[in-house]
Write a protein that binds this ligand. Structure first.
Ligand SMILES: C[S@@+](CC[C@H](N)C(=O)[O-])C[C@H]1O[C@@H](n2cnc3c(N)ncnc32)[C@H](O)[C@@H]1O
Length: 224
């Protein structure tokens, strides 16, 4: 597996969360919000230089996974979607430095669905270590929802897969409930071989270092 030396790049200081309103859809905003990411209907032409993605990394954070995945899978075209603009700039910096032509990140809130992604066009959707938003009144800020799962189902190809990981048991339960409600098939994976990605995310790397258990799910929409 090829790796990227992230220490070569200046890592910005970044807050854990953004303005709370960005986790809710644009149409629910009562006033025009400064700092709300654009919600385009089509993929902007400066993203991926007009190429269409084959993989999405939803909430890609600082991008370790999506960048190293793209490096090791040149046949795939990976788009990271991230609500914190500074993280997106950092990812683009590394992408340019490593001359990776099959990866890009976009400043975007998935609370608005995936309107710029065509039906049946994505082979893999990654959704890793979501923000937990533990308080009951904050659950609506979680990116994973029935609406988002339907959008993921719409954009996945017929043999496409949604990969989900979390180290928060409450969130794992929440994901499984939504997946069951929407009648998705879910397979919990124990071994790295079965998982098949070979690359860890920033958060997964941390969980491994600290021996924090986490669950890995392979999810596919049920066809019958
Ligand atoms: C805990 S981090 C995990 C980052 C990365 N996936 C990993 O495993 O290391 C969760 C990420 O999801 C992003 N995020 C949360 N809600 C989002 C939303 N509505 N749209 C896009 N990104 C979102 C956060 O900004 C954060 O970077």
């Amino acid at each position: 597996m090829k790796r990227i030396t992230f220490a070569k790049y200046d890592k910005p200081r970044i807050r854990h969360h953004s303005n709370p309103n960005v986790y809710l859809p644009l149409e629910q905003q009562k006033v025009e919000l400064k700092g709300y990411p654009p919600v385009p209907e089509e993929l902007p032409t400066d993203v991926l230089n007009g190429k269409q993605p084959t993989c999405l990394d939803i909430g890609c954070g600082m991008g370790k996974f999506m960048l190293e995945y793209a490096l090791n899978n040149p046949q795939d075209i990976v788009l990271g979607l991230e609500v914190r603009e500074i993280a997106v700039r950092y990812i683009k910096d590394i992408r340019d430095g490593e001359e990776l032509h099959n990866a890009d990140a976009m400043w975007y809130s998935v609370a608005n669905g995936l309107p710029f992604i065509a039906d049946n066009s994505i082979e893999k959707v990654f959704y890793f270590f979501a923000d937990p938003w533990f308080k009951k009144r904050h659950v609506k800020r979680r990116a994973f929802s029935v609406e988002l799962l339907r959008e993921i189902g719409r954009v996945l190809t017929s043999d496409g897969v949604l990969y989900v990981m979390t180290d928060v048991p409450e969130l794992d339960e929440y994901h499984r409930e939504i997946l069951a409600q929407e009648k998705w098939d879910v397979q919990e994976v124990q071994s790295d071989e079965q998982w098949g990605l070979g690359i860890t995310t920033n958060q997964e790397h941390f969980s491994r270092l600290k021996d924090i258990p986490y669950t890995r799910l392979l999810c596919t929409p049920r066809t019958n």
